[in-house]
Write a protein that binds this ligand. Structure first.
Ligand SMILES: C[C@@H](N)C(=O)N[C@H](C)C(=O)O
Ligand SMILES: [Zn+2]
Length: 214
């Protein structure tokens, strides 16, 4: 399948059969960065099945590497805010664009709130660190937008160093082997069980739908 954006109608058309799995706090289990931390710790939650797969992925890494968790669960209201803020930026920079063009371009970097994998606790933003905690060179910072990185945030981007390509390949190999799916416009964004995952892996339904943190 070619690059499928989150705004693609086939993503929204996937039904959700939520299995009811709990959202669990990953702090104490994974190495967690605080750049997206919020006062309630919502950012550090994931569905149990997603956490299990990330732990499996980590076990496949060479001894001196770890996964660094940046952000998991995102409340629907926050996702809405992120989407609107980025869409506003694009509208201002491209005044001739139609509503649909803005929506599609915004979905390269932020999911439309109604299908958001983070709001289902099914998506994680993460990177690789050495055992001493220093981040590996992945070619861009985590959460670099397409504009900021001139497209280098796309997982398969060629305008990155050989070392960054090797590091991305390591990340891709372990997370794919553990059953997570990447969003091809963001090397750091991975999910399991959400609508995007269901479409990309030809599942009949998503396992996890958007929800509020109790
Ligand atoms: C905003 C970025 N960190 C992100 O998570 N993007 C994806 C596509 C999302 O919003 O689900
Ligand atoms: Zn993400």
């Amino acid at each position: 399948m070619n690059l499928v954006l989150m705004s693609d109608r086939r993503v929204a058309a996937i039904p959700v059969a939520d299995c009811g799995e709990p959202l669990v706090d990953v702090r104490g289990t994974l190495l967690v960065d605080d750049r997206r931390a919020d006062p309630t710790g919502a950012f550090a939650h994931l569905r149990q099945g997603v956490l299990d797969r990330i732990l499996h992925a980590q076990s496949l890494l060479p001894d001196d590497l770890r996964l660094l968790f940046i952000e998991g669960y995102r409340p629907p209201g926050l996702q809405q805010r992120y989407f609107e803020e980025y869409a506003d930026e694009l509208r201002t920079a491209n005044p001739a664009w139609t509503r649909d063009q803005v929506h599609e371009a915004a979905s390269r970097y932020v999911s439309p709130p109604e299908i958001a994998p983070h709001s289902a606790g099914a998506a994680v933003d993460l990177t690789l660190v050495h055992a001493n905690g220093t981040e590996l060179d992945m070619g861009t910072r985590v959460n670099a937008s397409p504009e900021e990185s001139d497209g280098a945030c796309y997982t398969d981007a060629t305008a990155i160093s050989t070392q960054a390509r090797t590091n991305r390949t390591t990340l891709v190999n372990v997370l794919s082997a553990a059953g997570l799916v990447n969003y091809a416009t963001e090397w750091w964004h991975w999910s399991h069980g959400d609508r995007y995952w269901a479409l990309m892996t030809k599942q009949p339904a998503a396992l996890y739908g958007p929800r509020d943190l109790p």
